[in-house]
Write a protein that binds this ligand. Structure first.
Ligand SMILES: [Zn+2]
Length: 98
């Protein structure tokens, strides 16, 4: 059984948390700001390489769109207009594991 596979995805918009439940029964609670800061799209990765660190999450930033990317993961769009990040399941699982 692949543990990095979601059985349920719930966006708690008011608290700014994306909750993913996995096939092994564990769940990950991912803050919208954290997800934005950990974006791995080409532009954000380039910023990191240039030493600018993680992209900043503006105050009150919220997740706006959640689109499945085949069986690979999720494409997340944020209220600051940034919607390029693809988040593979294994990466989401890793981010949600303290
Ligand atoms: Zn990005």
């Amino acid at each position: 059984m692949n543990p990095a596979w979601p059985t349920d995805i719930t966006d708690h918009r008011h608290s700014g948390v994306l909750e993913i439940t996995w096939t092994d029964g564990k769940s990950s609670r991912l803050g919208h700001a954290l997800l934005r800061e950990q974006c791995r799209c080409a532009a954000c990765e380039q910023q990191r390489r240039q030493g600018q660190g993680n992209p900043p999450a503006s105050p009150g930033l919220r997740l706006e769109t959640i689109e499945p990317v085949g069986e690979h993961g999720l494409n997340l769009g944020f209220s600051d207009g940034h919607d390029r990040g693809i988040y593979p399941w294994a990466y989401l699982r890793q981010l949600g594991t303290p």
